[in-house]
Design a protein around this ligand. Sequence first.
Ligand SMILES: [Zn+2]
Length: 386
Amino acid sequence: MHFEFLKKDPAGETRLGKITTSRGIINTPVFMPVGTYGTVKAMLPEELLDLGVEIILGNTYHLYLRPGHKLIKELGGLHKFMHWDGPILTDSGGYQVFSHAKLRKIKEEGVYFQSHIDGSSHLLTPEKAIDIQEALGSDIIMCLDECTPYPAAYEYTKESMGMTHRWARRCKEFMSSELRVQSSEGLITQNTKLKTPYLFGIMQGGMFEDLRRQSAEEIVNIGFDGYAVGGLSVGEEKDLMYKMVDAAVPYLPEDKPRYLMGVGMPEDIIECIARGIDMFDCVVPTRNARNGMLFTSFGKLVIKNSQFTNDAKPIDENCGCYTCRNFSRAYLRYVYMANEIIASRLNTIHNLYYYINLMKGIREAIKENRFEEFRKEFYKKREEVS
Ligand SMILES: [Zn+2]
């Protein structure tokens, strides 16, 4: 793993870093927009680049079922297929199997499930998860894990975590074994200089501090290019989530990136960067944009509210995005209410700009040793009424 550690806050856990992949550099802390079906909804790839997006996330489960990883590979891989040349991180497919598929059955060998699209039967094993991600041409591959449901009893959580560890070991062995060479579906060109694609291990442990610690130690012991905290933001209180992050982070090596999966409200990002996390992904900015919920420096704005009917101001006067430079709240409310496609486009541009700009601001603040001030300012602005 080529991860350059640029700066650590002497007083806290906050880190500044740089991940080098064969498809480009990722400055951390980073937010990764989600491109579930091989598209970041409502956005052109060039628009993502213009916003400063450095890496996107792809969903293995969905791409495997439709159009299929074999077809994507035949057509030159996911980057070419979706016209995105930058780095792509793919999840293992496990999370979606647990949340979307029908008739799931978890066994030691893997997870049996039926497609939510056509009911067809499938088996996702740790090896298969790697195979699919390699066929897609992913730059950062995730191990198959079981995202422990919430709430879950201690014994169940512990057993589930044990299986996640055994699956992680199988993923690593498969990535580095002869099996890959013989594999009919996987095998992409490896960049031997950077040793990409990178493989990240996932820690579980539910809402139990001792299990979070055990999982961190075990996954680090197996050894990966990066470490992901999984199984959070599943319905628990924020304070509990922060506590679980705190329980795992001290056992992670300083010289490897740390990724908090699926967590991404702006305040969660700030609080977890303060706890030593480097990478985030979440559907919130894009999904909420399509639902008319906009992120601003002063908090959330629901564009359909009647108070905006004749409001000539932009969404956020402090925002420099294309939408805010050219359109009023009145226009945005009107096109949203009229179900015009442009509403999704303009709202997504704004929300992603907000997120990418927030991350830029945070990195700048860490560089200049003023992250704590930035954090205070972030909350203060929200208290001021627009
Ligand atoms: Zn804007």
